[in-house]
Design a protein around this ligand. Structure first.
Ligand SMILES: NC(=O)c1ccc[n+]([C@@H]2O[C@H](COP(=O)([O-])OP(=O)(O)OC[C@H]3O[C@@H](n4cnc5c(N)ncnc54)[C@H](OP(=O)(O)O)[C@@H]3O)[C@@H](O)[C@H]2O)c1
Length: 242
């Protein structure tokens, strides 16, 4: 049976780069995205053999939709070995000024989606005794993040999910890890002004943003070489948090 990887946020910079790498590694793909049809088409067309690639549009702000789509994927695909959770949104504003609907969206897209998708797919992984779940967290998942308090809350929750689920599933052959990037050159950073971006860059010892393919390198490492690793959150930030 072919091995399949499911990638959320596949229309985005990091999810797209990881999806591409997984395809090169021989995985069939289920690409989940929110609304960027053009982005997902461009990604699919860039793949060498797009025939074993399925794209699924699902707005993670809608819990009922997430639940039914996740159940349908689990019913139709019995060979998902890898889940990459790269969907995410961020907001920069004072915590007390954030509107409840924006807070709800952050929690739904960044975290609730992880609950719905993994709860549907874990049973098959456990039955087969193999599986990898890798989430894209952030350096703000474990550090103080002024102006991004709610975003950091979701990433902190993701990191506790990673450690707890790893403990729960390690004896069943399922590994759970997370990557905590610093600044990576994707669309999500467009919420920084030019001066904020310059200030951020000057604080990075490498003096550049990371590239999405550098996150894909780490995913490939985890899947191929990191077989004895679970419950880890790996920082990839050009030295920013040193
Ligand atoms: N880039 C960075 O500097 C950085 C640093 C640390 C952590 N991260 C994390 O890395 C992950 C990927 O970010 P990125 O840099 O690749 O950003 P991106 O290019 O903006 O991609 C975000 C992805 O999330 C999806 N998404 C957004 N809203 C959604 C919704 N309502 N329903 C379903 N999917 C939705 C987007 O899909 P559509 O566009 O199709 O809606 C897109 O595929 C995020 O979790 C982010 O927090 C990024």
């Amino acid at each position: 049976m072919e091995k399949t990887a499911l990638v959320t946020g596949a229309s985005g910079g990091i999810g797209g780069a990881i999806a591409k790498r997984l395809h090169e590694m021989g995985y069939d793909l289920i690409l989940m995205y929110g609304s960027n049809d053009a982005g997902i088409s461009a990604l699919t067309e860039s793949l060498n053999s797009p025939k074993n690639v399925e794209s699924i549009r699902c707005d993670f702000r809608d819990s009922r939709d997430m639940d039914s789509v996740s159940r349908r994927i689990a019913a139709n695909h019995k060979n998902i070995e890898v889940i990459i959770h790269a969907a995410g949104i961020s907001r920069r504003e004072l915590f007390h000024e954030m509107q409840p609907e924006d807070f709800e969206d952050l929690v739904s897209v960044n975290i609730k989606s992880l609950y719905y998708i993994t709860r549907s797919l874990i049973p098959d992984m456990v039955e087969k005794g193999t599986g990898d779940i890798i989430s894209i967290s952030s350096i703000w998942g474990s550090r103080a993040a002024s102006m991004e308090v709610a975003y950091a809350m979701t990433k902190g929750a993701m990191e506790q999910f990673t450690r707890g689920l790893a403990a729960e599933l390690s004896h069943m052959g399922v590994r759970v890890n997370a990557i905590a990037p610093g600044g990576i050159d994707t669309e999500i950073l467009s919420n920084l002004s030019i001066s904020e971006k310059d200030e951020f860059l000057s604080d990075i010892p490498f003096k550049r943003l990371g590239r999405p393919d550098e996150i894909a390198d780490l995913v490939e490492f985890l899947l191929k070489k990191g077989r004895y690793m679970t419950g880890q959150v790996i920082t990839l930030d050009g030295g920013y948090t040193l």
